[in-house]
Structures are given as structure tokens and as C-alpha cells.
Design a protein around this ligand. Structure first.
Ligand code: MTE
Length: 320
């Protein structure tokens, strides 16, 4: 594996963000080195997944063929051992630490400007929706990319269950907060819990997907079990993991990374090859595990679904 040699983001030390801050050069490089070790056959014994998960009988769900890919599905042994989940560490090899996460009971709170606020257990929520599999690209802001067979249901279904009021403009989502279990949450310089947000129009777009499974099985913990988001036209950090709360708001929520480093990570974070990150180009992306570099696509290739969402919003920083 020589993908480390090809890294496009190896910047002069002087341009790098301080160690304690997001996506630093060393963690990217260490992560890619980890992926390289996987390919060489090291560091991976079996796919980690929630074998004891009470929802196991719901999988595999049938595939929705509307969501196909122009690239091969990334092997499970790569995606399940190369993760961003800062609650369990600021490097990619968090899979083993993430097994400490207790995913039952798991309650999801739905509140804010909606007619049906409720707290619902994940297994009761699963009874109200029908699951399907979709093949989605995942493009991280760090300029690596994967292709993943997620199982889940449209986020629009959850919005429908909540019945937002007319004044609701945004959907704010929040991850669990449990520093005893998640050692990363003991790092006080981060604004825990992890928060993300979408407009209601984005949240009800056909592509916005709530993920409960992957590779035909319940979601493994390192992917953000038991409930995470997949919004494939946006950089990966928008796809919040292990969600415990959905709130309908009038005010635009401040996302976790926006609060950490607003000059580098904005609210919209739509993929665009022509808008570089302040510290590296977004023109191309490195496919894992091959390391092959391919051109980045506007909206990560999903423009037909989402471009209309942003008409008339040219004044916004839509691509960071
Ligand atoms: N969600 C939470 N709660 N914590 C995180 O650190 N990382 C984000 C996103 N969701 C993150 C998160 C980032 S930066 C990416 S690229 C994706 O999760 C990675 O998802 P994956 O590990 O399943 O590939």
C-alpha cells in the first residue's frame, strides 16, 4: 500500500490546526496507515457487529435498486475498522473502544416544534417503519471516500411521525452523552454532545436516510449503532452517529464541528470539488481501500436529488 505517499493533505506543519483540534494531519495519516495494515491482512479478525442485537431478525432487508453505485462496495473489514467517532478517540481505530457502548435500552427523544413529541425505544421505532438497503457513497471532508450498503428508513418517515409545526425550520440531532463509557467525551475542549442539523427540506429529501444496519446486519457500534444518519451529498461529518434526540427548531442549530472550528466546518457542508477546504483541496478523493484517486463530484454525485434544495441560496456558504 502506498496511499500514504500520495496524500494530498500533507501540509507544512505551520498550516496545520493545533493537535487538539479536528482532523489534524497526524490523525489522517495514522488512519490511512491503519487502513493499509488492514489490507495487508493485519489487525482484523472478523467483522465486528452487534450479534446480540434484538433487531437482528429484520436483516437483511431488501435492496432499493434506485440507489446504485458507480464503484465497488468497500469491504466490511475496511469500513468497520476505519471510523471517525470522536466519542471513542480522535483516530480511526476506535472499533474496539466503541464496543463499550450500550445500545439497549436505547431511547430516542423527539421534541421541539412538533405536534407529536415523544420518547420512543429504538425497537418500537423500528416497528413503525419498513427497512430497506441502499448503496451510498460516503465522502469524508478529509478527502477519502467509501461506498457502503446501509440499511434503514427515510428520515422523512421520522419527520412524519413527529408532525412538525409550521414554525419548524430545522431538525437538530444529538448523540448520546456518557463520558464514563465514551472516553473521548472526557476531552473538555470539545463541545459534547455531538450535534448536527439539517433544514426541514433537507431532512425530508428522499436521500436523507436513518441507518440502523449495514452489510445486511444490525449496525455495528463503531458505525454509530443503533441509529445514525446518512446524508451522502454532504461531507461525512454531517452523518451523525448514535442519535438520541431529534428536535424541531426555528433557529439554525450550531453543529459540533462548526462550534469547534467555524472557519473550516460549516453548517451546510455540501460536497463540491471546486471549493477547497482551507487547508487542502477537495478536487479529488482517495477511494479506500485501493487508494486510487478519483475526481470529486458536485454533491458527491447526488445533484439530481438535491441541487434544487439550494436554489436562490447563493449567498450562503453551501460548500464548507
Ligand atoms: N458522529 C458522532 N457522533 N461522532 C463523530 O465523531 N464523525 C463523523 C460522522 N459522524 C462522527 C459522527 C465523521 S467526521 C464521519 S466521516 C463519519 O461519521 C464517519 O462514519 P463511518 O465511521 O461510519 O465511516
Amino acid at each position: 500500500m502506498n496511499i500514504i505517499r500520495k496524500r494530498g493533505w500533507e501540509l507544512p506543519e505551520s498550516e496545520a490546526t493545533p493537535e487538539a483540534v479536528f482532523f489534524n494531519r497526524r490523525s489522517v495519516i495514522a488512519g490511512l496507515a491503519g487502513a493499509g495494515a488492514l489490507l495487508a491482512g493485519g489487525g482484523f479478525s472478523r467483522p465486528a457487529f452487534a450479534e446480540e442485537d434484538p433487531s437482528a431478525s429484520l436483516y437483511p432487508a431488501s435492496r432499493n435498486e434506485a440507489f446504485t453505485l458507480d464503484r465497488e462496495i468497500t469491504p466490511e473489514k475496511v469500513t468497520s475498522m476505519y471510523n471517525n467517532f470522536y466519542e471513542f478517540g480522535s483516530h480511526k481505530q476506535i472499533a474496539s473502544a466503541a464496543q463499550a457502548l450500550k445500545i439497549r435500552p436505547w431511547e430516542v427523544q423527539i421534541d421541539g416544534l412538533c405536534d407529536n413529541p415523544q420518547t420512543i425505544g429504538i425497537d418500537d421505532l423500528l416497528k413503525k417503519v419498513s427497512l430497506e438497503e441502499r448503496l451510498y457513497r460516503l465522502r469524508c471532508v478529509e478527502a477519502w471516500a467509501m461506498a457502503v450498503p446501509w440499511t434503514g428508513f427515510p428520515l422523512a418517515e421520522l419527520v412524519r411521525l413527529a408532525a412538525p409545526k409550521a414554525g419548524a425550520k430545522y431538525l437538530r440531532m444529538e448523540t448520546f452523552l456518557d463520558p464514563d463509557t465514551a472516553s473521548g467525551q472526557r476531552a473538555s475542549w470539545y463541545p459534547w454532545p455531538y450535534v448536527e442539523g439539517l433544514t426541514i427540506a433537507e431532512a425530508t429529501n428522499e436521500l436523507a436516510f436513518l441507518v440502523t444496519g449495514v452489510y445486511g446486519k444490525p449496525l455495528a457500534k463503531q458505525f454509530g449503532a443503533p441509529l445514525r444518519l446518512a446524508v451522502p451529498w454532504k461531507y461525512g461529518f454531517k452523518s451523525i452517529k448514535s442519535i438520541t434526540r431529534f428536535s424541531f427548531t426555528e433557529e439554525r442549530p450550531v453543529s459540533f464541528w462548526e462550534e469547534v472550528q467555524a472557519a473550516e466546518y460549516g453548517f451546510w457542508a455540501n460536497v463540491n470539488p471546486e471549493v477547497p477546504h482551507p487547508r487542502w483541496s477537495q478536487a479529488s478523493e482517495q477511494l479506500l481501500p485501493s487508494g486510487n484517486r478519483v475526481p470529486t463530484q458536485l454533491f458527491n454525485g447526488y445533484g439530481d436529488y438535491v441541487a434544487d434544495l439550494y436554489k436562490g441560496m447563493e449567498g450562503e456558504k453551501l460548500y464548507m
